[in-house]
Design a protein around this ligand. Structure first.
Ligand SMILES: [Zn+2]
Length: 323
C-alpha cells in the first residue's frame, strides 16, 4: 500500500502533493542496491575474519593432522638413524677391524649434503622448514644406508676370502693325537738321534706305529710325492697357497698323487720309517714363504686352550728328536 506524500507550501499556505520524478526513482533503486551490496560485503568480511566457515575448519583440522603426522614421521626417521648409527659403529669397530679393512669416516658416510639449492623447491610456505628438514633427513639416511650396504658387501667378500684362507693354512695335527701322547719332539735345538750332537730340528716328530694314517693339515695341492729329498725318505709336500707349504716325511705308503687337490683332513699317506729315521714316526714341517716355521703355532684348529698349552709344554722339551 503506497503512501501519498505531501509537503507544506509556505507561499500558498497549503499542503501540496510531492511529485516524484522517474529519474529520482531509478537513483534511489541504484543507491539501495549499492548500499546493500556494500553492507553485505562488509558483513561477510567481518564474519570471515572472526568466524571460520565449516570448510575452513575442516582444512585447519587437516593441516593440524598433517603437522602431527610429519612429527611422527620425523621421529621414525630419528629412530632409523639411531639404529643405523649403531650398525655403523659395529661396522667400523668390529667387522671392518676384524677383516683388516680401514673404518669408514663419519665424513665419508654423510658426505654430499651441503648444497643450498637442493631444497629450494620447498621454499615459500608456512611449513617449508619442516618439509625441508624431513627431506634432508631422509636423503642423508638413504646415503648412509647405501654406504653401509657397500661396506657389508666388501666385508662379505673379505669374510669369504678369510674362510678360504683359514681352510687352507695347516691348522691341525697330521696324525690322530687325541691324548697328545704322540709328540716325541718339537721345533728347536734337539739332540740328533744319530750323531748325538745338538742340531736344530725344523719340524715336529709324532711317534706312531707303522701304517698309522697321516692327514692333510689344510686345503691345498700336492706338489711332491717322492723320496728324492735327502733324509726325508718317502715324503709328501702340500702347497696351501698364501705362502704356506706342509711336509710329511719318513712315510711307509702314499695315498695321494702329485697335483692332486686335497682338503684338510684327507688321508694322504701312512706313517713309516723311511729315510733318516730312527724309529717309525712322522716328521712334519711347515714352511711360510720357503722358511721353515714352528708348526705348533698352527694347531688351534681342533684343540682346546688347555690341550694347546699341554702341547706347547711337550713340544718345548729339549729332548732327542727322531729326525
Ligand atoms: Zn723330525
Amino acid at each position: 500500500m503506497s503512501k501519498v506524500k505531501y509537503y507544506y507550501d509556505s507561499e500558498s499556505l497549503s499542503y501540496r502533493k510531492i511529485e516524484r520524478k522517474k529519474s529520482d526513482i531509478v537513483k534511489y533503486i541504484l543507491l539501495y542496491l549499492f548500499g546493500s551490496t556494500a553492507l553485505s560485503i562488509f558483513f561477510i568480511f567481518l564474519t570471515s575474519s572472526y568466524f571460520e566457515s565449516p570448510r575452513e575448519k575442516a582444512l585447519a583440522r587437516e593441516l593440524e593432522n598433517l603437522n602431527l603426522q610429519y612429527d611422527i614421521l620425523n621421529n621414525k626417521i630419528k629412530d632409523a638413524e639411531s639404529v643405523l648409527s649403531n650398525i655403523e659403529e659395529r661396522d667400523n669397530a668390529i667387522y671392518r677391524i676384524y677383516f683388516e679393512a680401514s673404518p669408514i669416516s663419519e665424513d665419508k658416510r654423510k658426505a654430499g649434503f651441503g648444497g643450498v639449492n637442493r631444497y629450494k623447491k620447498f621454499d615459500g610456505y608456512q611449513y617449508s622448514d619442516l618439509i625441508k628438514e624431513s627431506n634432508k633427513s631422509i636423503d642423508i639416511l638413504q646415503k648412509r644406508i647405501i654406504v653401509q650396504s657397500k661396506s657389508l658387501d666388501e666385508i662379505t667378500k673379505l669374510a669369504l676370502e678369510k674362510e678360504k684362507f683359514l681352510q687352507a693354512i695347516p691348522a691341525i695335527q697330521p696324525v690322530n693325537n687325541n691324548d697328545l701322547t704322540r709328540i716325541a719332539s718339537g721345533y728347536g735345538y734337539r739332540t740328533d738321534p744319530f750323531t748325538k750332537a745338538k742340531k736344530f730340528h725344523y719340524g715336529m716328530d709324532f711317534t706312531a706305529p707303522k701304517g698309522t694314517p697321516v692327514y692333510a693339515t689344510g686345503d691345498g695341492v700336492v706338489k711332491r710325492v717322492d723320496s728324492r729329498s735327502s733324509g726325508y725318505g718317502k715324503h709328501i709336500r702340500i702347497d696351501h697357497g698364501y705362502g704356506y707349504t706342509s711336509l710329511y716325511a719318513h712315510l711307509y705308503k702314499y695315498n695321494v698323487k702329485k697335483w692332486q687337490k686335497v682338503k684338510r683332513g684327507d688321508l694322504i699317506g701312512y706313517v713309516g720309517n723311511t729315510g733318516r729315521s730312527q724309529a717309525p714316526h712322522l716328521h712334519y714341517e711347515v714352511f711360510k714363504d720357503k722358511v721353515k716355521i714352528n708348526p705348533v703355532n698352527f694347531y688351534y684348529g681342533n684343540l682346546t686352550a688347555k690341550e694347546y698349552n699341554d702341547l706347547l709344554k711337550k713340544t718345548s722339551l729339549v729332548n732327542q728328536s727322531l729326525d
